[in-house]
Design a protein around this ligand. Structure first.
Ligand code: NDP
Ligand code: ZN
Length: 351
């Protein structure tokens, strides 16, 4: 079969591979709609997960099941499914402890385009479909459905990690597709003012749509000075980080009230340490919590998040700025994610 792969760090291309084999607890799917992720860019061009040779990329998409193993109970060939980016081993001790995304080791619930071939092939393999897949509701447009694999669960996890409560003033740093879903998640959880940090007009318009009330340009001054000015010196209740660098944490801590909480879902690709400003962290006693996490996967969560879309409480269409038709456009879509032209939020490829 054909697949679009990372050939080695810094290089991608089309390759031929054997079709994956289906074990007793597995499913094999063919993709219906696919999206590249900023994490694919980190993987290929920054070597984020280390060297990989001829590994098929992709962890965002929907598919049709073509084969299931004899122990799979709830899915069958022909089912159209949402495929989460994170597909944990649900019988691991880490999953039993509540951290399925770290099943069998830190971040190891992330398998596609990390430790095995991803979705950008003519067929792909899913471990434990009963635990990991969700049926795609019929009224969800295939064009937006891949956003349920990663952008929605990751952005919403940012709002969970920051523990957004009714009336909270929330600072969302980064309003790419992940940050936009963090805005939407914070809004659904009852945030009052949402201060969104970003510069690209297309993202600012989408952030308004998802509930952002105020905007901060990180290129036009420090984030914390602007956040403190907008809150008349109070600071915000919660911060969600979905963009920036290791230095962004200092800005988040400075922007936060005592007792506030930071939820980070941004991938930190460089820098050995993160500096926490001592005084603004209450000289160690400010009750400012820093939480960071990989998105949780799982069928239950995927079913719940997709219900928000199918009942009309979450509209994903503003995220899709560059739709394509045809498998061959995966390459162009990935390069769009790498180059991030001003009018891009997210490309999607329909097959
Ligand atoms: P984008 O690159 O599309 O968006 C990044 C955002 O951050 C933009 O709004 C950008 O602003 C802003 N930004 C860039 N630099 C800074 C800075 N110095 N200070 C403040 N804001 C800045 O990324 P995505 O939304 O696709 O992904 C965001 C992150 O989430 C990535 O690191 C990705 O790897 C990670 N991720 C994490 C997952 C998880 O499970 N935890 C899963 C999926 C992705 P501008 O408008 O100027 O472009
Ligand atoms: Zn991703």
């Amino acid at each position: 079969m054909k697949g679009f792969a990372m050939l080695k760090i810094g290089s991608v291309g089309w390759i031929e591979k054997d079709r994956p084999k289906c074990g007793p607890m597995d499913a094999i799917c063919r993709p219906l709609a696919l999206a590249p992720c900023t994490s694919d860019v980190h993987t290929v061009w920054e070597g984020a997960v280390g060297e990989r040779h001829n590994m098929i990329l992709g962890h965002e998409g929907t598919g049709e099941i073509v084969e299931v193993g004899e122990l799979v109970k709830d899915f069958k060939p022909g089912d159209k499914v949402i495929v989460p980016a994170i597909t944990p081993d649900w019988n691991s001790l880490e999953a039993q402890g509540g951290y399925s995304m770290h099943s069998h080791g830190m971040l190891n619930g992330w398998k596609f385009s990390n430790v095995k071939d991803g979705l950008f092939g003519e067929f792909f393999h899913v471990n434990d479909p009963d635990g990991n897949l969700a049926l795609l509701p019929e009224n969800i447009d295939l064009k937006v459905a891949p956003m349920l694999s990663d952008m929605v669960p990751t952005g919403f996890h940012g709002a969970e990690l920051a523990d957004v409560q009714y009336g909270d003033e929330v600072l969302v740093i980064g309003i790419g597709p992940v940050g936009l879903m963090a805005v939407a998640g914070a809004n659904l959880r009852g945030a009052s003012r949402i201060y969104a940090v970003g510069t690209r007009p297309v993202c600012i318009e989408a952030a308004k749509f998802y509930g952002a009330t105020d905007f901060i340009d990180y290129k036009g001054g420090t984030i914390s000075e602007q956040a403190l000015r907008l809150t008349k010196g109070r600071g915000v209740d919660k911060v969600i980080i979905a963009g920036g660098t290791v230095d962004t944490f200092a800005e988040a801590v400075k922007s936060l009230k005592a007792g506030g909480r930071i939820g980070n879902v941004n991938y930190l690709g460089s820098g050995a340490t993160i500096d926490i400003p001592r005084v603004e962290w209450g000289v160690g006693m400010g009750h400012k919590a820093i939480n960071g996490g990989l998105m949780p996967g799982g069928r239950l969560r995927m079913e719940k998040l997709s219900r928000l879309v199918s009942v009309g409480k979450l509209d994903l269409s503003p995220l899709i700025t560059h739709p394509f038709k045809g498998f061959e456009h995966i390459e162009e879509a990935l390069y769009l994610m790498k180059e991030k032209p001003k009018d891009l939020i997210k490309p999607v490829v329909l097959l």
